[in-house]
Design a protein around this ligand. Structure first.
Ligand SMILES: Nc1ncnc2c1ncn2[C@@H]1O[C@H](COP(=O)(O)OP(=O)(O)OP(=O)(O)O)[C@@H](O)[C@H]1O
Ligand SMILES: [Mg+2]
Length: 579
């Protein structure tokens, strides 16, 4: 199964009207173009020798008009070709993007961001251009032209036509021999473009690090190496295409044309063809060879297409997150349960969540602590279905989260991540995301006002001249770490989730702001279930229950006072954090 080909067929099936018009104009152009050699033959064999001046003038007029009509028909065809190409590329890009949106982020990263950007923009454009303009339409028009041309040629001289067609198998043989080389070069070329975009994506993400670490020279070298490689491959590819086309096609064709002219003179001397037929062949032969040449180029285009189609297949074949259909019950705060959940990022990984069991009562304030790398964030990612458990089940009020509508689940369970990244838009846009300012109504503005108050965003935004319109730059580079955390927190509050998961939301905050936010969370206690991951234990000191996670398992569980009295890991951590 080839998903890209299936998708192309599906899209084209909706453009039957355009396809019909293209076919119609192609047939008309083929018909018009075959008239010219016939007119020449008549002119030189009958009309001129018979001195029929009136008819000759009329033929002259036709000879002027035919190329004009032919050019007009071609330009209309090319307009519709473009229409079809644009329709195809637009729909392909839309479908690829929608597939990416349904793919877990980790799987998207398995291809690489630069690669994906290249594929869904440039490569789709190339594919449609090659496919529609150079391949599909060129095939249609060339086959029609070929049939029409051969028909005319056969009607004039079967012997000469057969001789002219000699070049066809010869060229075909030559091109077949070079096909695998063309394919290899095309694959290398797209591979290197993918690498370049991937590098640029990486470079801009790390721009500050380049300056901080004096990486200018190293980056200049990487960029220059990439450019050298592109130059090398595109040169090889250009030379190869040029040599193959010129050497194989042009040489064979010129040789055979020479032979045909010689042979025609011989046939004229023998009286088997008229001079008019030779003239008609002189007009028609370059046209026939152009058709041959286009058909051979098609062979190379096919290999270019195969490379791009395989790249797009990689995207379309990425695993998708399947959404359930049930809607969660917003009227209540649910019981959160994890039942024998096990998960490994990769089978060979030493780290894994193993046989994880958890019951979190509605409205509880839960602190999750543990050493770095113990699996705390992984638990949140499982609950938000960024990743799926290998075994076991996560349920809300007894309903497996897989059965819930994914969109609803992520609204029902709010998540402020540890490594938050902002959009390069205004602070307001970042908080109300995915809503747009123009979508906001009275009710959403009320939620917004409450969210910014609760997350203490007002305190720093009011000091900014542009206030909520302040543009975020570099995904948050022009804001402090604590400001970013509070913007993300406000975004999580905006949806009024029934479960709120906060991962290290105070790590960049001063003690006073942290204490204010703690008060906010205490006010929410009972109304929402709150799960807070924190290294700083003061953040979770008011929690109802603390879970201590170690190597993907819960090793201690209880109220802060109980755990302190037990003198285990929690006790040691509290003692170590005392000044
Ligand atoms: N996308 C990923 N692919 C592979 N391994 C991962 C991925 N994300 C995390 N890990 C690994 O899983 C383990 C647990 O990571 P996790 O982020 O859950 O730890 P954590 O307890 O949140 O740590 P920290 O307190 O430092 O944030 C780590 O060893 C980490 O290297
Ligand atoms: Mg973490």
């Amino acid at each position: 199964m080839n998903p890209t080909r299936t998708l192309i067929k599906e899209i084209l099936s909706k453009s039957k009207g355009t396809l019909f018009l293209i076919l119609l104009f192609n047939i008309s152009a083929a018909f018009v173009s075959t008239l010219q050699p016939l007119l020449f033959k008549d002119l030189f064999d009958d009309i001129l020798p018979g001195r029929q001046i009136g008819t000759a003038a009329f033929y002259m007029l036709l000879l002027i008009l035919i190329p004009v009509i032919y050019a007009a028909l071609n330009s209309v065809t090319s307009y519709y070709n473009n229409e079809l190409g644009n329709h195809l590329s637009k729909n392909l890009r839309l479908r690829l993007f929608s597939d990416l949106l349904q793919t877990p982020p980790r799987k998207v990263d398995s291809i690489g961001r630069g690669e994906i950007i290249n594929r869904i923009t440039l490569q789709v454009g190339m594919l449609c251009e090659i496919f529609v303009v150079d391949t599909l339409m060129s095939l249609v028009s060339n086959v029609i032209l070929l049939i029409a041309t051969l028909w005319i040629m056969f009607s004039m001289s079967a012997e000469l036509t057969l001789a002219a067609m000699l070049s066809f198998p010869l060229c075909m043989y030559g091109f077949r021999r070079f096909r695998s080389k063309t394919e290899r070069l095309d694959k290398q070329y797209h591979g290197i473009l993918d690498k370049g975009l991937s590098y640029l994506n990486d470079f801009f993400t790390n721009l500050k690090a380049v300056h901080r670490c004096n990486g200018h020279q190293a980056e200049q070298k990487r960029w220059s190496d990439w450019n050298d490689e592109v130059w090398k491959i595109s040169r090889q590819s250009r030379v190869f295409h040029h040599v193959v086309l010129n050497l194989v096609a042009d040489t064979v064709v010129s040789l055979i044309t020479g032979i045909i002219y010689g042979y025609s003179l011989y046939l004229i001397l023998k009286g088997r063809i008229s001079p008019g037929t030779l003239l008609a062949f002189i007009v028609i032969l370059p046209r026939l060879y152009n058709i041959f040449k286009s058909l051979f180029t098609l062979n190379m285009d096919r290999s270019r297409m195969t490379v791009i189609i395989n790249n797009l297949n990689d995207i379309l074949e990425l695993e998708k997150i399947e959404s359930g259909a049930r809607a969660p019950d917003y009227s209540r705060v649910p019981l959160l349960q994890m039942r024998n959940v096990s998960y490994r990022y990769a089978p060979e990984d030493s780290f894994g969540i193993t046989d994880f069991n958890l019951d979190i009562q509605p409205g509880a304030f839960v602190g999750i602590i543990g050493l770095s790398g113990s699996g705390k964030s992984t638990i949140f990612e499982l609950i938000h279905r960024y990743i799926e458990p290998d075994e076991g089940e996560i349920c809300l009020d007894g309903v497996p989260i897989k059965e819930l509508d994914l969109h609803e689940l992520r609204q029902y369970v709010g998540y402020s991540p540890q490594k938050g990244v902002l959009w390069n838009k205004s602070i307001l846009d970042n908080i109300i995301y995915p809503l747009q300012k123009e979508d906001m109504d009275e009710e959403t503005w009320l939620r917004f006002n409450a969210a910014v108050e609760m997350a203490h965003v007002n305190t720093f935004v009011q000091a900014m001249p542009e206030q909520y319109d302040k543009k975020v730059e570099g995904h948050g580079d022009n804001l402090s770490g604590g400001e970013i955390q509070r913007i993300l927190l406000a975004r999580a509050f905006m949806n009024e989730p029934r479960i709120l998961m906060l991962d290290e939301y105070t790590s960049a905050l001063d003690a006073i702001t942290e204490s204010d936010l703690n008060d906010t969370l205490l006010n929410l206690k009972g109304k929402q279930t709150i799960l807070v991951i924190a290294h700083r234990l003061s953040t979770v000191k008011s929690a109802d229950i603390i879970l201590v996670v170690e190597k993907g398992q819960i090793v201690e569980q209880g109220s802060p006072a109980e755990l302190y009295a037990r003198r285990g890991i929690y006790y040691t951590m509290v003692e170590k954090q005392k000044i």
